[in-house]
Structures are given as C-alpha cells and as structure tokens.
Design a protein around this ligand. Structure first.
Ligand code: CP
Length: 354
C-alpha cells in the first residue's frame, strides 16, 4: 500500500476526516490504549512550538512509541530547502537527503516550516513540507506550513463538535485581530476549512486588505456548500462581525496582497489596533454565549482581552488539549500497529500531490 501523508485537511475526504474525529473521541474517552509500540515519529521543527511539539511527543509516549525532535541549526545541521542549490554557504544538508534518511529511521515524519517572506506566489506552494513528503518514503505530517495547519484544524473541528453538539447550520465567525507581526494564514484557512467541513455557516471578518488567499476562500466556500453549510459573507467591521455567532475564532494574519513587503504591510496594519475581542463585542454573539476559540499562543489584551480569555466563553485550553487527542488518532491511523486502527484512510482521497 502506498503511503498516505497528512499535509492539508482537504487532501482527505470528509468521511476520512470524520473517521479521525470519531477515533479521537474514542481515544479521549480512554477506549484505545497502545498501538504505537516500537514506532518512531521524527519531527523537524524549523520554527518554534509549544503545543505541537509537546502534544506529538506525548501522543507517541502514551501509545508506546517514541518521538524524536530535530531543530535544524540548533543541534542538527542547518537545512537547505532550495531545489538545485549550490550549497557553498551556511546550510550543510539538503532536505532531500534529510527526508530520505529520516524515512529509514522513523515510521512517520512531521515538519514545521513557516513562510519566510519573498513572493507569495512561491510561498503558497508549501514547497518545503511538500518536498519532505516527496522524498520521504514514510507518511509526512504537516506541523504547520505557509498555507495549512491541518492538526490544528482537526482539533478545532473536535472542539466545535464538543462545544456545539450539532454543528450543521451554526454560525462560525473567523475574525481577524491586530498583532504586532504579520502572521501566516495557515491557521485561519485551516480553521475555516474545518468549520466548513462540519456544515457550518461561515463568516469571515477582516479589514480591507486582509483577504485570505482567493483559492483558500474559494475552497472554504465550496466545502461549506458541499457539506450543507453556507458561506455567508465577508465583513469588514469588527463590531458587526460577531452578531449571532455560535463560535468566534480570533486570529491575526498578515496581508497576502502585501506579502514580502513588510513596511507597506506594517503601515496598513498600524491603524487597526481596535480589531480585538472585548467583553462588549462578545455580548453580540448568540445569546452572549458564543464560544471563543484561538489556536494559541495568544497576545493577551492585544488579540483578546483577559476578561474574555479567562471568562466562561473561552474554550482555548480545550482546543489545545484536543490537539493531543486528534494527533493520537492520526498517528494510530497512519502508523498504528495492526488492529489498533486503520479504519479511516481507505476513505482518504489518496496520495498527497507533490
Ligand atoms: N497552535 C500551535 O500550533 O501552537 P504551537 O505553535 O505552540 O505549536
């Protein structure tokens, strides 16, 4: 059987994603133990992490396996990512060789690599994680790239189901927040795709100039419609955005239009500090009870006020906990020992394009 990667939520069929969520719920209830004995997950972190690293290492340990973390340039060789590079500079090892070698040691490979400026037309290809998948003979898991954070999207979907029960037709508002840095669009795109996959009504609120990649917006719209939900509209007012929301997902992201032009991007962002989730805005959610989501890490009192983060609507810590459970399910599915899972990938859409 050819290997199956997990690079983007939409690479897997809705039924396969649903199967993972059901497996994650069983794992969380303690119904499945073991299953990863003598299995190794290697993780290449080209950017920092608290949740992703800890939850994957914990997942491997809990099911009898082992996680190995590599941080290129900090104890492992600095990696070259450019195809065809003449490597006479600071980088010592190419990702082609790293991917091939790690595929011989480990049963699966995780890769985190954020965008690094330049041209969005290039960054949006997610070439680093996709090249790892191309050259590694074992399943590759995207631990967050320029375009996607599928493990976060899975945890978001699990949390929405837990908190809202039936998600179909309920309103999911993705709202932009100000932040001192231009952040990737991977999390907001993945969260909206996750909610669309649950048949929710999707609203995206953002200031003009902060539209998501048009292809991502089209994918969110298409998936929402396919799953019986709706893509309501795009709002450019932070006060109107939350009206009637069942779930509010707060996230900052950089302007795709001004990607690679940091001074212009910073100037566009400078007047937008008011885009922050306050207790007053939260009151306009459905019955004032809309759940508040954020992938974390969060800039307190910049993206979301303390009173909201520490209040009854906030589910951010449950979201973070669910990273662990969905990843346990994902690992059992991808590399679990016989009988532990292998239930859902028959419904995956097939090999990931490289
Ligand atoms: N949400 C998330 O991916 O957190 P980390 O960056 O800490 O891994």
């Amino acid at each position: 059987m050819s290997k199956i990667d997990f690079l983007a939520l939409e690479d897997w069929s809705p039924d396969a994603v649903d199967g993972l969520l059901r497996l994650a719920a069983r794992v969380k209830r303690g119904e499945i133990t073991g299953g990863l004995e003598r299995k190794v997950l290697a993780m290449v972190f080209m950017d920092p992490s608290l949740r992703t690293r800890t939850s994957f290492e914990t997942a491997m340990f809990l099911h009898g396996g082992h996680g190995v973390v590599l941080e290129p340039g900090k104890g492992s060789w600095p990696l070259e990512t450019e195809p065809g590079a003449v490597m006479d500079g600071e980088t010592v090892e190419h990702i082609i060789d790293a991917a091939r070698v790690l595929g011989r040691y480990a049963d699966a490979l995780g890769v985190r690599s954020f965008p690094r400026g330049g041209d969005w037309a290039v960054a949006r290809q997610d070439a680093i994680v996709r090249n790892f998948a191309r050259y590694c003979e074992k399943p590759v898991i995207n631990l967050e790239s320029a375009r996607r954070h599928p493990c976060q999207g899975l945890a978001d979907a699990m949390t929405l189901r837990e908190k809202l029960g039936m998600t179909e037709g309920k309103r999911f508002v993705l709202t932009w927040a100000w932040h001192p840095k231009a952040l990737p669009t991977a999390v907001p795109a993945s969260a909206a795709l996750a909610a669309a996959g649950l048949g929710m009504e999707i609203v995206i609120a953002r200031p003009p100039g902060y539209e998501l990649d048009p292809e991502d917006t089209a994918s969110i719209r298409r998936l929402a419609q396919e799953r019986g939900g709706e893509f309501v509209h795009i709002i450019d007012d932070p006060d109107d955005a939350l009206v009637g929301a069942d779930a509010v997902y707060v996230k900052s992201w950089g302007s795709v239009k001004l990607y690679g032009r940091p001074e212009e991007e910073s100037a566009l962002r400078s007047g937008l500090r008011d885009w922050r989730l306050t207790p007053n805005r939260l009151r306009s959610t459905r019955g004032g009870k809309g759940v508040v989501m954020h992938c974390l890490p969060v800039r307190r009192n910049v993206e979301i006020d303390d009173a909201v983060l520490d209040g009854p609507n906030s589910v951010v810590v449950d979201q973070a906990e669910n990273r662990l459970h969905v990843q346990r399910a994902l690992l059992l599915e991808l590399i679990g020992n016989a009988g532990s899972s292998r239930q859902v990938t028959s419904a995956a859409t097939g090999d990931t394009p490289t």
